[in-house]
Design a binder for this molecule. Structure first.
Ligand code: GLA
Length: 393
């Protein structure tokens, strides 16, 4: 899909007909929720800090029809996903299983927010790669939240829907993530990044006019798969919370670079580096926003590079494949590159002049081949609109 609203290509193509085949009825409508790239501001969201993601032109589409009673029927094009029938009355967060935890988690969270959700049929299709650090989960949650809220007249704002998606992710899927992904998927706009203050919830659109600057944003999906419900992500979150306690602040957001010397005296070496990443990353987000507003995306390369180094050395969430992608892209002509998302695998982004795109692609593919690594997927993304109805009465 190239633009929100088109259903002739991309994941929504043929979805209404497939829905009719499967369920023997027409859907009430089609909706889509985009994935996201985080331009800068990593692991700052759960520290009540600053992030600057954008919704991308890759999305998850859902065809949905309400039905009598309280049964939900769910089917999706995800590999290995079996169709499922669920009694919503009996649904409990802890009983959700596999991919159905996302749509059912959203239905549950909507009810917790006061909406009344009847039975429904849903068919899901996506072109957001799973586990690539592009928020395939938020894309699904936000598509479902938008669809069910609209069909039931729940009257919730986009920010409220984002909070519902995040609640599903945290309490039903069980991934202890922050708020960035769902806000990006709901509040994104074509040609803009979303500057979000994760303490106040205030979001501002910042122009991200890549084409006008002669740039493309290349995504290099290393195909090293990460999972946020376990492991490193939760460990980083826990050490940030501990550090805030030791330093006696409500959240690491409350520290500035001037506080780092004090932090270094109070913390062990590793925890101090975690804190330094968060504090300097918030600062880099501010500076990126300022530069985008004054000089445009051609001016932010050095900040992207610095962000990657901080994630690699201080927060330690990169991996050899991500470092290789970043270094090779830079050496071949990208003006800035960094891993994006939770880390430990997934994707890097490389801001690249249009006339260097082919060279960067070739260099990265060559570097991975020489290293005996799995061939990465490389594609461009554009800042796109947030979750939206794409068809239906
Ligand atoms: C994942 C989480 C987000 C955020 C990023 C890291 O994408 O879902 O909430 O913490 O990692 O910036």
């Amino acid at each position: 899909m190239s633009r929100a609203g088109k259903i002739d290509t991309g994941p929504a193509a043929g979805l209404a007909a497939a829905f009719a085949d499967r369920y023997g009825r027409e859907p009430d409508g089609l909706w889509q929720g985009p994935g996201r790239v985080n331009l800068i501001g990593e692991h700052t969201d759960y520290n009540e800090g600053l992030v600057l993601p954008f919704a991308i032109n890759r999305a998850t589409a859902v065809a949905v029809g309400l039905r009598e009673g309280r049964t939900a029927r769910l089917a999706s094009g995800f590999a290995g996903a079996e169709p499922v029938e669920v009694d919503l009355k009996a649904f409990r967060p802890e009983t959700a299983e596999g991919w159905t935890a996302y749509p059912l988690g959203v239905a549950w969270a909507l009810e917790q927010a006061g909406a009344s959700i009847p039975g429904f049929d849903i068919l899901i299709a996506s072109d957001v790669p799973v586990g690539a650090g592009l928020s395939s989960s938020a894309a699904l949650e936000c598509a479902v939240a938008t669809a069910l809220a609209e069909l039931t007249g729940a009257g919730l704002s986009r920010a409220e829907l984002a909070a519902i998606g995040r609640r599903a992710e945290n309490e039903v899927v069980g991934a202890p993530t922050g708020m960035m992904d769902q806000y990006a998927s709901l509040l994104g706009a074509e040609g803009s990044a979303v500057f979000l203050d994760c303490r106040s919830g205030r979001a501002q659109l910042v122009p991200l006019t890549l084409e006008a600057a002669g740039l493309v944003c290349l995504v290099i999906d290393t195909r090293v798969v990460h999972a946020h419900a376990t492991g490193g992500y939760a460990a980083r979150r826990a050490s940030c919370l501990r550090a805030a306690e030791v330093l006696n602040v409500a959240a690491l957001r409350d520290l500035s670079t001037a506080d780092l010397a004090r932090a270094e005296r109070r913390l062990d070496e590793e925890t101090f580096r975690r804190v330094r990443h968060i504090v300097t990353e918030n600062d880099r987000v501010r500076r990126t926003v300022d530069l985008l507003r004054t000089d445009g995306p051609g001016a932010i390369g050095a900040l992207l590079d610095a962000s990657h180094r901080s994630m690699r050395d201080d927060f330690e969430i990169s991996c050899p494949e991500l470092d290789l992608a970043v270094e090779t892209a830079r050496a071949a002509g990208a003006i800035g590159a960094r891993m994006t998302g939770g880390g430990f695998g997934g994707s890097a982004i490389a801001l690249t002049p249009v006339d260097k795109e082919e060279r960067v692609r070739a260099a990265v593919l060559d570097g991975f081949a020489r290293g005996g690594l799995r061939t990465p997927e490389i594609f461009t993304v554009l800042p796109a609109a947030g979750a939206v109805r794409i068809a239906g009465p």
